[in-house]
Design a protein around this ligand. Structure first.
Ligand code: GAR
Length: 199
């Protein structure tokens, strides 16, 4: 079964959903490792699930380029066929993108190309949009700019705050991300310019 390596920095609810899905006996993929860039709940979840956990912390390296090279080596060492960034709050560098080109997917809590970046939920609320959602996309060298693999909408209520809205988006993200991982490892990604779809 193809090997998935998950990069995470946060509470790890997306990671938990991937762990759940890949521990099913008929799962088409398996997780071979989790890499974190800080101490976080995601690291604890990986440890508790008995998944190989690696830490790659920027402050432990001379600069971002050295950190990126180390991260590339760690993920390659874990045998990644597919890299999933699941709440990983760092921009991946050139070496990493080159090494895993076309095999890195990210889950983002907005309907891209609206509201890219680290504050997507806050930005959507501040803009006053009435619908937002979740996007899973291929990672390229921009911030949340890569070709879109799947999206799902979430309605915004007048009473929503950042926490309540993010919770509902994450519920949708977990399902979408698990579906996209299954598609990615069982089908081919067909591109037509910017447009991508599963075969
Ligand atoms: C998710 O909503 C993910 O899309 C977002 O962080 C959350 C992680 O949740 N990622 C970004 O905003 C990246 N720019 P989790 O730690 O519970 O899995």
């Amino acid at each position: 079964r193809p090997a998935v390596v998950v990069l995470a920095s946060g509470t790890g609810s997306l990671l938990a959903a991937i762990i759940d899905a890949t521990s099913a006996p008929n799962s088409p993929a398996r997780i071979t490792g989790v890499v974190v860039d800080r101490d976080c709940r995601a690291a604890e979840l990986a440890g508790a699930a008995g998944i190989e956990l690696r830490r790659c912390v920027v402050a432990d390296h001379a600069d971002r380029t050295a950190w990126d090279a180390a991260l590339t080596d760690v993920v390659a060492d874990l045998g990644a066929d597919l890299v999933v960034t699941a709440g990983f709050m760092k921009i991946l560098g050139r070496a990493f993108l080159d090494r895993f080109a076309g095999r890195i997917i990210n889950s983002h809590p907005a309907l891209l190309p609206s509201f890219p970046g680290a504050h997507a939920v806050r930005d959507a609320l501040a803009h006053g949009v009435k619908v937002t959602g979740a996007t899973v996309h291929l990672v390229d060298d921009g911030v949340d700019t890569g070709p879109i693999l799947a999206q799902a909408p979430v309605m915004i209520d007048d009473t929503d705050d950042e926490i309540s809205l993010h919770d509902r988006i994450k519920t949708v993200e977990r399902v979408l991300l698990v579906q996209v991982i299954a598609s990615f490892v069982t089908r081919a990604v067909v591109s037509e310019g910017r447009k991508v779809r599963f075969s």
